[in-house]
Design a protein. Sequence first.
Length: 118
Amino acid sequence: QVQLVESGGGLVQAGGSLRLSCAASGRTFGIYRMGWFRQAPGKEREFVAAIRWRDGNSNYADSVKGRFTISRDKSKNTVLLQMNSLKPEDTAVYYCAADLSANGWENWGQGTQVTVSS
C-alpha cells in the first residue's frame, strides 16, 4: 500500500494558476505510475493526467491539454500538477492516485478542493 497526501488546492480567479502536490509514502518502490483525477459536484470522477514513474512519460485528458502539466520528483516521491489558465469548469475536488506494478488505480489520496471563480 501507498499513502498519498495532497496539498495546494484553493480558490483562484479564472485565468489564474495553482499547483497541486501529492506526497507518497509507504511501498513507494512499487509505483508504476501516478495520476490526478477530479470530481465536480454531481458528476463522476474523471481522469486528468498521469505520469509513468520510471521514465516520466505522461498523458492528459483533452480538456486540460496545453494548460496542465504533470511532473514528478522521484527523490521526494512527489507528483505535481501545475494548472494554468484555469476555468470555472475546472472546479472540483482533485484526487491523487497511485498505480502499483500496473495493477490499476488502487491507492487514493483524500482529495483537495480547487475552486475557480468567474
